[in-house]
Design a protein around this ligand. Structure first.
Ligand SMILES: *Cc1c(COP(=O)(O)O)cnc(C)c1O
Length: 391
């Protein structure tokens, strides 16, 4: 019984489907569906065993999500990508699919707080051993290598100090069987493509620059080799970290203006970093574009820009707290990479889990302010920042 006119309303109401189109929509359609219907049982069964079969169930894959994955894979120069519900979802999918108990990870010391917490948890509960390195010296990485080292984990530009590890030198210092994973969130693929410098896997929090409008949470892992992608895909299906199609759709829309946004973010950041550096209330500015920054020489070698989320230090915790509540146009909020300029006070928020020693190791003091520079008029921003600094 396929003729809708012969069906009762109760039946017809459950059957609103669209046919596959023969022309191409300019915007990626939102396939907001949890599953797909089949005429062919074998195609159905096959689609559940591999990521490149037919779409079966959105936890395994979805056309809108795939459009996002393909776009980011091509930007990063990878063979495949796996989109996830958050940046932490991407990091978990890669690490949990790769590591077993007793395995060893070498990671840079200045890491995103959530990643540090995950590594600590993997160490405590699963016996994964972690050695932290500074990130400028390949000999330090060579010395840290063990027979069971499986992952070298780096960030292109670290939060909030702007530390840049020497990715080309460090990735050349490890064995071929060590997976080089790079969190490229702060740079975006426009400022750095880590796979050109030895990375095997690149992860992003697409919540930040790729989405770019502070309206969606997401992540993505990009792979240089298809086999690794298939292994992580299989694990991601079990983890359940797949994004909702609408989140992928919003991220695709954000990507369309990524190049314009990144250029403007960068321009504004350069102006603000230089003005802050010569402001009497500011002790030091941690933007790797300044030639006084310890990572400046390394960053110049392989980045096409220095990023637009960075930090600067005021005299003490009191000054820090007063500043973040004194700005008005600039908002006190978590996250970064959106069109609007945001500040936060890492010691009391994003890095609150760290003890005094870890804070110092991450280069954070009570007076440290993290700034995510937006795309507003830079003089409007400076007026607000300068007024708050004078208070
Ligand atoms: C925000 C962020 C993450 C985590 O991403 P979520 O989308 O919040 O899960 C990971 N790494 C870096 C560098 C980040 O800035």
């Amino acid at each position: 019984m396929n003729d809708a006119r012969l069906m009762q309303p109760e039946t017809r109401l459950t059957r609103t489907e669209v046919p596959v189109l023969t022309s191409t929509p300019l915007s990626v359609p939102l396939y907001q569906t949890s599953g797909f219907a089949f005429a062919d049982l074998d195609a159905f069964a096959d689609g559940m065993t591999r990521p490149d079969g037919a779409f079966v169930y959105t936890r395994f894959g979805n056309p809108t999500v795939r459009a996002l994955e393909d776009a980011v894979a091509s930007l990063e120069g990878g063979t495949n990508a796996l989109a996830t519900a958050s940046g932490m979802g991407a990091i978990n999918a890669v690490l949990l699919a790769t590591l077993g108990s007793g395995d060893h990870v070498i990671a840079q010391r200045a890491l995103y707080g959530g990643t540090l917490a995950l590594l600590r948890d993997l160490a405590e509960r699963w016996g994964v051993e972690v050695t932290y390195v500074d990130g400028h010296d390949p000999d330090e990485v060579r010395a840290a290598l063990r027979p069971r080292t499986k992952v070298l984990y780096l960030e292109t530009i670290a939060n909030p100090t702007g530390h840049v590890s020497d990715l080309p030198a460090l990735s050349a210092a490890v064995r071929d069987d060590v997976l080089v994973v790079v969190d490229n969130t702060f740079a975006s693929p426009l400022l750095c493509r880590p796979m050109e410098h030895g990375a095997d896997v690149v992860v992003h929090s697409t919540t930040k620059y790729l989405g770019g409008h502070s309206d969606v949470t997401g992540g993505v892992a990009v792979f240089a080799e298809e086999d690794r992608y298939r292994a992580v895909w299989r694990h991601s299906v079990e983890l359940g970290v797949t994004p909702d199609p609408f989140a992928a759709w919003l991220t695709i829309r954000g990507l369309r203006t990524l190049a314009l946004r990144v250029r403007k973010h960068e321009e504004n950041a350069a102006v603000l970093a230089r003005r802050l550096a010569s402001h009497p209330a500011v002790r030091v500015v941690h933007w790797p574009g300044l030639d006084t920054h310890p990572s400046h020489a390394v960053a110049t070698r392989f980045l096409d820009g220095f990023g637009s989320a960075f930090s600067f230090d005021l005299a003490d915790a009191d000054a820090g707290r007063r500043f973040v509540t004194g700005v008005e146009l600039v908002r006190l909020a978590p996250s970064l990479g959106g069109t609007e300029t945001l500040v936060l006070h890492p010691a009391s928020t994003s890095h609150r889990q760290l003890d005094e020693e870890q804070l110092t190791a991450s280069g954070i003091t009570g007076g440290t302010i993290r700034l995510s520079v937006g795309i507003e008029d830079v003089d409007d921003l400076w007026q607000d920042i300068d007024r708050a600094l004078r208070r």
